[in-house]
Ligand binder design. Structure first.
Ligand SMILES: [Zn+2]
Length: 348
């Protein structure tokens, strides 16, 4: 609802893909109706009850809201239940921040900056796991892509790389990219050659998986840079490329392989660990190469025994869902303003 946004939070310090925004509208006419008619409260009591009200996280973040909540992309929305116009409608903005090393500092800074008085903001925490977070991320990605425009394949690849390696400015890299290819010579990382982006086979395979997951439908498989693939096609390709061996996936039943692949893609610590271990290097950027060497050293310090025995051999990645803490910031400012003005109109 960009037209209705007055004061937005500055989220620019968060790595791409770590914050999901939700907007839910609530109809105050419906709410007053519920409190006065169904619950039998006097308007004044209803007003003070409603002011304290905050919908549950599930109601704020669902893609299919129920009365008195609803979602709308219209500039002049109406309540779908009672047809009330804009002045009766209030907006809750909810920001879901994925907990973790990369978001802790910007999250604390943001909380400090937020106004503390009058319950303008509500901050809640919820335990989740990497799988749920990943599917939420996929859902959001799908909603933001136009699958009828074939450029979505590049956009999906960029979003995946942003999630995997938030330190690289992928928007800049992709500003000139017209094609993404599997590299035949890079063991790790990526490389740009003019308008073409070359990805190491493993990263390329994961990009195909993301594309498949975004576009899959029951009957026709999913669309990828390699055309339309069924799950079987995709698994076969990943097996031949050595990707499944690399992850230590020995299962043969497609469903089981798929589950393991999802856990791998969803695993947050793994994504950062792969970067730390191998460094995503860009041949044209000497600073970055230096940086990745540093992180390799750090990792070697942590696990000296592994580093000695298998120097450059990548370890099979650990595959299991991890616990993730989600931090919700609920912006109640618009709601509080509207409740006040609606009550004033109501009581007059
Ligand atoms: Zn209504």
């Amino acid at each position: 609802m960009p037209a209705m946004k007055k004061h937005e939070l500055d989220l620019s310090e968060f790595p791409a893909g770590t914050v999901t925004e939700f907007t839910t509208l609530v109809c105050l006419a419906c709410i007053f109706d519920i409190f006065t008619k169904q619950l039998g409260l006097a308007p004044r009591t209803a007003f003070s009850e409603i002011k304290r009200h905050t919908p549950a996280i599930e109601e704020l973040t669902t893609r299919s809201a129920k009365r008195p909540y609803f979602d709308s992309d219209e500039k002049h929305p109406h309540c779908p239940y009672c047809k009330s116009a804009k002045r009766w409608l209030a907006r809750f903005d909810t920001y879901c921040i994925e907990g973790g090393k990369t978001t802790d500092a910007p999250r604390r800074a943001l909380l400090k900056k937020m106004p503390q008085s009058g319950e303008q903001f509500l901050v809640l925490e919820k335990k989740s796991d990497s799988r749920a977070v990943f599917f939420e991320w996929l859902d959001t990605l799908r909603l933001n892509l136009d699958l009828n425009d074939e450029r979505w394949l590049l956009a999906a690849t960029r979003n995946y790389l942003e999630r995997r390696d938030p330190k690289t400015n992928w928007e800049e890299v992709f500003s000139e990219i017209r094609a993404v290819r599997r590299s035949t010579r890079l063991p790790e990382g990526w490389e740009r050659d003019g308008a073409r982006l070359f990805l190491a086979p493993k990263i390329y395979g994961e990009a195909l998986l993301i594309q498949y997951l975004v576009s899959r439908s029951q009957a026709h498989g999913g669309l990828t840079l390699e055309g339309r693939l069924t799950l079987m096609d995709l698994i076969r390709r990943l097996r031949y490329s050595g990707y499944l061996d690399q992850l230590g996936i020995t299962e043969h039943e497609p469903g089981e392989v798929f589950e393991k692949l999802i856990d791998h893609l969803a695993s947050t610590s793994d994504w950062s660990r792969v970067i730390a271990a191998n460094g995503v290097s860009n041949a044209s950027d000497s600073d970055r190469v230096k940086g990745s060497k540093k992180t390799t050293k750090k990792k070697a310090k942590k696990k000296p025994s592994q580093a000695k025995s298998k120097k450059s051999q990548p370890q099979p990645d650990e595959i299991s869902p991890e616990r993730v803490k989600l931090h919700y910031i609920i912006d109640r400012r618009d709601f509080l303003e509207k409740v006040k003005s609606v009550y004033a109109a109501y009581a007059a």
